[in-house]
Design a protein around this ligand. Structure first.
Ligand code: NAG
Length: 186
């Protein structure tokens, strides 16, 4: 009990403070059928995200590459206070029966977080969802709309929001990510 309380204070509270937790367990959304990991690889720009993190950087993008051991090299970058920052993580398919259910970890001391591809056409946009149950009482979640380009048509974003909502994911607080003035700063 002591250990789990300590974990709550060290790891969970900061996460909760950053967003609104939802009561009950994680939703169980449908994921992309016949997910093709190879086609998903490459560069994706963050178009919108949940929850809003106003203090965070802009020009956020992630580059996925398959490694020879069939894990995934995940390099995310952002521009924060005029500086390009990069972090590298590792992705894996967590459930071979459901290859769209990936897990990503940005440090060997951290567990893999869910990174589920709910929907993608591989060439324009992708919808990603990550949800973690906490003490089986409530859950915290993250959602992203990713694009192969720095902007997506409004109709694509509207459709993405509808897919999230249809899967009982509350995206009312989803906010657009800043992707302006990115090339010139690099
Ligand atoms: C993505 O990563 C691969 C492998 O490291 C690299 O060859 C490629 O240039 C990267 N692409 C971008 C846009 O950073």
């Amino acid at each position: 009990m002591k250990l789990s309380l300590a974990l709550v204070f060290v790891f969970i509270l900061p996460v909760i403070r950053a967003q609104v937790p939802h009561w009950g367990p994680c939703p169980d959304p449908a994921v992309q059928p016949a997910f093709n990991l190879k086609q998903f690889m490459g560069r994706w720009f963050e178009i919108a995200k949940l929850p809003a993190q106003f203090e965070k950087g802009r020009c956020i993008e992630t580059n996925f590459t398959l490694k020879t051991d069939s894990s995934i090299r995940v390099v995310s970058s952002e521009i924060l206070k005029g500086e390009l920052r990069k972090i590298e993580g590792t992705g894996v398919i967590e459930d071979l029966k459901n290859p769209a259910k990936l897990g990503i970890s940005y440090s060997y001391v951290l567990p893999f977080s869910p990174y589920w591809i709910l929907s993608t056409d591989y060439v324009n946009s992708a919808l990603v969802y990550s949800c973690t149950d906490i003490l089986r009482l409530f859950h915290v979640d993250f959602a992203w709309i990713l694009g192969r380009t720095r902007t997506l048509p409004d109709s694509t974003i509207q459709k993405a929001m509808e897919i999230f909502a249809k899967n009982n994911i509350d995206v009312s607080r989803m906010t657009p990510s800043k992707q302006q003035g990115c090339e010139k700063s690099l």
